[in-house]
Design a protein around this ligand. Structure first.
Ligand code: AMP
Ligand code: MG
Length: 409
């Protein structure tokens, strides 16, 4: 029987994961697919933006020096967005213009239609415009050659807008990690395919891990193994290794006789970085490398799988894509009553958070069993209890990892 040789502390495990992770290559990625990835280099403006002087309103282009309240202007042309006027503006003349329309030659101000007698072949001026009124100048947003986006920033909707404004159809970003997720366990059944037989349960981990990996910016897919049979497991891990940057397995990684994930990985040439963390939930966590591929063996208990994903796999995926916000926010929290840690290892306790005048009050979401899937969706944070202390006295601040940022608002 295989027992844990050496359990390491959580901070060391986190460090080892990140130390053995590297940036993925840069790929020109279509604008529509770059969301959440990090820019590999500065992006510069290729043109002035806006590229030409244009109108900020719907109205009439005029010469401000002709303007007098009560004067009648003749409308000689029009300049809708996308179709510049053919004529220019002379004395007492105006050109109908709409938002985004090119400022016609001769004119230096736009009168809002609200400040005239209205739309028509001629109009009466009700309010005098100053030179430059309602004109958006070429280059007022960005100038050709300006650095518009800096290397390393995460591409979000505003960054996509800015890049598109400059005509970029693709962005140089560190590519998405390819994650292959594999559930192990003969008891597992694909949800939605059939009813359970005695002793069976539905596979929830592989779906949850794929979702969490995508949320962390990865391209993730499931590879269905769901067996504790050595041959099946080996074939599945081998297949995963062919395409994955990161292989994430669930289950079969503890000290049971049916726990073959670690030994199979080692047989396939994987180098163990660590196996076993002084941490709850998720003591049997395995981490290994084979050439460019990283392998995480997550424990099968759903809470352990998800917490280990969050604390170890997620930072690794974000590190691979150049994201700097790898760690979730951490805040001090306190408990109203003394909390005992009877596990002899760091307990990442699922808690809800409430803001009080003393700070953030943490309350256990209830029983902390590693199989209690429903507890995960009630948890706002993981309060880190231990490792050395036997517990936390009431009111004493400790660190918590925030799972739901929206709680902090
Ligand atoms: P293991 O780590 O394989 O010993 O599994 C620990 C517990 O987690 C057992 O009760 C398993 O049935 C359960 N489990 C393992 N894999 C999954 C999964 N993919 N989805 C839901 N529960 C699982
Ligand atoms: Mg199992």
């Amino acid at each position: 029987m295989q027992l844990f040789e050496k359990l390491i502390e959580y901070p060391e495990a986190e460090r080892l994961v990140l130390e053995n992770t590297f940036l993925l290559p840069v790929e020109e990625t279509l604008l529509g697919e770059a969301l959440g990835l990090a820019l590999a280099r500065n992006l510069t403006a290729t043109t002035d933006s806006p590229p030409f002087d244009n109108s900020a309103v719907d109205g009439y282009a005029v010469r401000s020096r002709d303007a007098e309240v009560g004067r009648i202007f003749e409308v000689v042309d029009e300049a809708p967005a996308g179709r510049p006027a053919k004529k220019s503006v002379g004395d007492g003349e105006a050109i109908k213009i709409f938002t985004g329309g090119v400022i016609p030659g001769g004119s230096d101000a736009i009168v809002m239609v609200e400040n005239t007698s209205g739309w028509g072949e001629r109009f009466e001026l009700k309010k005098v415009p100053a030179p430059g009124d309602n004109v958006r100048a070429a280059g007022e947003d960005t100038r050709r050659g300006d650095v518009i986006l800096k290397a390393d920033i995460e591409v979000g909707a505003p960054e996509i807008a800015l890049a598109a404004t400059q005509g970029y159809g693709a962005l140089p970003v560190y590519r998405r990690p390819k994650v292959v997720v594999l559930s192990t366990g003969t008891e597992l059944v694909e949800p939605g395919t059939r009813d359970l037989e005695p002793g069976e349960i539905f596979d929830s981990n592989s779906y949850a891990i794929v979702a969490a990996a995508r949320e962390a910016g990865a391209e993730a897919r499931r590879l269905y193994a769901a067996s504790d049979d050595a041959g099946t497991l080996r074939a599945a891990i081998e297949e995963a290794l062919e395409t994955a940057d990161v292989v994430v397995t669930s289950g079969g990684v503890s000290v049971g006789e049916k726990d073959l994930v670690k030994s199979t990985m080692l047989e396939l040439g994987v180098t163990q970085v660590f196996w076993g963390v002084k941490f709850k939930p998720g003591k049997p966590l395995f981490y290994g490398t084979r050439e460019e591929t990283r392998l995480f063996g997550l424990p099968g208990n759903p809470v352990s799988a998800m917490v280990c994903f969050d604390l170890f796999v997620r930072p690794a995926l974000m590190c691979m894509t150049g994201r700097t916000d790898r760690r979730r926010p951490r805040i001090p929290v306190y408990f109203e009553k003394d909390v005992v840690n009877k596990f002899g290892r760091l307990h990442a306790m699922r808690v809800s958070l409430t803001r009080t005048e003393k700070g953030w009050l943490a309350e256990s979401v209830g029983a902390q069993g590693s199989g209690l899937v429903s507890s995960l969706s009630r948890a706002d944070a993981l309060a880190l209890i231990g490792p050395a202390s036997e517990g936390i006295p009431a009111g004493e601040p400790i660190e918590a990892i925030v799972l739901r940022d929206e709680k902090l608002v």
